[in-house]
Write a protein that binds this ligand. Sequence first.
Ligand SMILES: *Cc1c(COP(=O)(O)O)cnc(C)c1O
Length: 417
Amino acid sequence: MKSNFNKPFTQQEAIDEATIERVSALLRGGRLHRYNTLEGEISEAAQLEKEYATYQEARYCLACSSGGYALAVALRAAGLKPGDTVLANAYTLAPVPGAIHNAGGIPLFVEIDDAWHIDVVDLQQKAEVSGARFLMLSHMRGHIADMDRIVAICKAHQITIVEDCAHTMGARWNGIRSGNFGHVAAFSAQTYKHINSGEGGLLTTDDPVIAARAIIMSGSYMLYGSHGAAPDEAVFAQVKLETPNYSGRMDNMRAAILRGQLQSLDDNVRRWNERYRVLETRLSNSTAIDVTERRQNEEFVGSSIQFRPRLAVSGFEPLIANCLARGVDIKWFGAEQPKAFTSRYDSWRYLGEQEPLPQTLEVLSRTCDIRVPLTFEPADCKQVADIIAQEVEELQSAFAMTGRDESELSLEPDSQN
Ligand SMILES: *Cc1c(COP(=O)(O)O)cnc(C)c1O
């Protein structure tokens, strides 16, 4: 008798009581807008900026309306002009190309390697031939590329790096926080990210001009002086009349929610990784599944896990259906049609014809992905992994028996690690 899993993959943890109290007090006070403060009062949004800058080990921080908004503002504040080429890894979520498009940039997608990082060889080549001045680097699903090599390539070609840290808040590479390698970074506080206020974004940078421009762009009017982690007045004086207001502020309620969550972020990182290791161990115990080992110098946040079933591509649809029937919601980035949150670069048609990226398509055609919500206990993760392993193994033997896909199966390389 097969067991079913019955917890939802989309359930977040409750907001803690102290935060509920603080938000209630804000609601009772009625001053929800970040610039609506009494004499001497520091808004929740400004306090969040100060606290997040400290956490992130960055000089400046802007709280804004979403991660995608922070990405678009980061590009504009870093000097992107309409029509500029922006290099970007092809494996990412739709708000990333959307932010490039929104800022007036033209994405030039770069291949990914077998472990879901941007491919440094393709990056090097495209940096050389394209003359691009920007790289939008998405640390997709928390996989941080070899940042020494990426920074070196970008330095050599005077490319400004914008880091999309939607999946790496709290992560480090070689001891440095993701987000501190490039010129400016964006984080998301949307429901499925590492801190959750439903919607929300954070931008961090050490560059005072980028910070001042981003703050004005976010809709500070001339009230930028009340920001929590902002450069000096002299920097604003240079840019304030040259910078548009693209209204996208964060309100005090969301900021209060995030301030509460920031306190438990490091503990939650530990809890995510505990769950990740349970999934990783069980999945890699199956000879039918490949799990890529995480690299030593990467301190990642295991809020999702990627794996490759050793099945022919035609086995993926049945695998996903069989797992879903048992309560396990797997995402597959190889599907021809975009589904829910999942899409592939070739479905972003508004960008026009893209150069084909066969390596990316090949990697994604075998990549499965699941969320790791903190509402799962480690034992739940074990059950989820058991179900996946059973279903992959069952399909694998079914395929082997028909012989139909033998040829396809034998085409699968032995190890992708
Ligand atoms: C969620 C996400 C974003 C955008 O964040 P929003 O706050 O939803 O706009 C950007 N990049 C990646 C990889 C994401 O997952």
